[in-house]
Design a protein around this ligand. Structure first.
Ligand code: GLN
Length: 493
């Protein structure tokens, strides 16, 4: 029998061969969750019974007609900011405790059409604000490779669930790195598609011009399966691109049926700016080795200059806080979740008490910063400037992609830090987003994939492609995984 904790591709083969059933896979995920959850706390609101019933339907479908869908019967988890009809969606916030969604996100509808079995929701930083999953109102998630360390964030629960082998696949959201950074810290693959590729309908908005849903998996091939299933135009999202669903899986192989290779590809290496926010030597070394592997396989490299990336973190934290202050205004105790009346009575007091009790410190900090940045007299100095930086950054990337096909760099300057290590220093936490925020600010696709270890902690290699070249990013990632075994080790939980 196949390893019930295998990749989606292995599980599909086992399902097709009749070696396992979809119900077996839910049971295996449940057993694994029972074994590891007390230590890692990745999941919120598991739905094992419902998942089992849906898996039984998948098994019936397959018995009757075979299955054409890669994801039919494969268990998956969703970040708690992606809504599913009749299920809770707390965004790891007290303010949404008790809320149940009356509708499903487009990605959820597409997953269900593909037959994927949603088994649980995952822990996150409150409203996706953070890099460690410590900002959850329901307790921190731990890194499966070292329980004293964070799994990254904000999609830390999704990353940890895949890393710990509960499920082969998960969805997260990436506004400034929240898929790629936890993928790096947790030793799994995580991808942010091109902005607009995947519908945001039913994703609770943090910063609407940056947010993008994307996959976690252990291989680029599995990530391609997932991205193909959830992408494509959606009339419910006005920023959704008028493009059909991606067919990246096909791009992983050559017409002759072999694996795609990197011969003739030019990889851009950003020129060190002297402003690398504490790039650790171990991370730098692993990324250099990864690029050398691609070179040995026939890729060329060239240096590219991205001079405005040094303003990326500052611009990102203005844009995301400004948009968050506006998006989170809807949580007022009237329409969603919790209400706190307060002793005075009256609607203004109710808003104030609800928001004071419902939001955590980081969310309040961002609403305050964003409201300030948008206020009359400051708008030009902050928000408009940040948008101008975005334009300059876009030009940097356009120019770089005239010289190269794809850019390689670290995902994060460091490996997973200890729980509590940065809790009192939000600025240090923000600065570590230096390598991830640019892709969001320019809308480009980016992936993080395991490229080895530094002092027993996973290191992530980031590949960023030009907007719309999601297939290229996955193809290079897949080629790298054919050349190396960095995606194979599992934490000894
Ligand atoms: N760490 C970044 C932040 O705190 C990224 C968050 C995200 O991508 N959702 O905003």
């Amino acid at each position: 029998m196949a390893d019930p904790l295998g990749t989606a591709a292995e599980l599909r083969a086992a399902l097709d061969a009749g070696a396992v059933s979809a119900v077996d896979l839910v049971d295996a995920a449940h057993a694994r969750a029972d074994a590891v959850e007390p230590q890692i706390k990745a999941l919120l609101h598991p739905r094992w019974e419902a998942a089992r019933a849906e898996a039984a339907e998948s098994d019936d479908r397959r018995a009757a007609a075979g299955s054409a869908s890669n994801l039919d019967g494969i268990p998956i988890v969703l970040k708690d900011n992606i809504v599913q009809r009749d299920e809770p969606a707390t965004c790891a916030s007290r303010i949404l405790e008790g809320y149940r969604s009356p509708f499903s996100a487009t990605v959820v509808d597409r997953l269900r059409e593909a037959g994927a079995i949603i088994v649980a929701r995952t822990n996150m930083d409150e409203f996706a604000m953070g890099s460690s999953t410590e900002n959850s109102a329901f307790g921190a998630t731990r890194n499966p490779w070292d329980l004293e360390r964070v799994p990254g964030g904000s999609s830390g629960g999704s990353a940890a669930a895949v890393a710990a082998g509960i499920v082969p696949l998960a969805l997260g959201s990436d506004t400034g790195g929240s898929i790629r950074q936890p993928a790096s810290f947790s030793g799994v693959v995580g991808m942010k598609p091109t902005y607009g590729r995947v519908s945001r309908f039913g994703l609770v908005a943090f910063a609407s011009s940056l947010d993008q849903i994307g996959p976690f998996a252990r291989t680029a091939e599995d990530a391609a399966w997932l991205v193909d299933a959830i992408s494509g135009h959606d009339p419910h999202d006005s920023t959704s691109l008028p493009e059909p669903a991606l067919a990246t899986t096909a791009a992983l192989t050559t017409p002759g049926g072999g694996h795609a290779d990197v011969a003739g590809l030019t990889i851009g290496i950003p020129r060190a700016s002297g402003d690398q926010a504490g790039l650790s030597p171990g991370v730098e070394e692993r990324v250099r080795e990864a690029v050398a592997v691609l070179e040995a396989a026939g890729a060329k490299t060239c240096e590219v200059s991205l001079p405005h990336t040094r303003y990326g973190v500052a611009a990102y934290y203005l844009v995301c806080t400004a948009e968050a202050s506006s998006n989170l205004a809807r949580f007022d105790g009237v329409r969603y979740g919790r209400r706190v009346e307060g002793p005075e009575g009256g609607i203004t007091a109710m808003y104030e008490y609800t928001r004071a009790a419902g939001f955590g410190d980081e969310v309040k900090r961002r609403i305050l910063l964003g409201t300030y940045a948008l206020s009359a007299g400051y708008y030009d100095a902050y928000y408009r400037k940040a948008q101008q930086v975005r334009t300059l950054l876009r030009r940097d990337f356009e120019q770089a992609f005239e010289a190269c096909d794809i850019i390689a760099m670290p995902t994060v300057p460091e490996t997973a830090f200890r729980v509590g290590e940065k809790s009192d220093d939000p600025l240090a936490m923000y600065l570590a987003d230096i390598f991830t925020v640019s892709a969001n600010l320019v809308g480009a696709p980016g992936i993080s994939l395991p490229c080895g270890f530094d002092q027993d902690l996973p290191v992530g290699l980031q590949l960023v492609g030009p907007p719309l070249e999601d297939a290229r990013v996955l193809r290079v990632a897949h080629a790298f995984q054919q050349l190396t075994r960095h995606h194979e080790p599992r934490p000894s939980l």
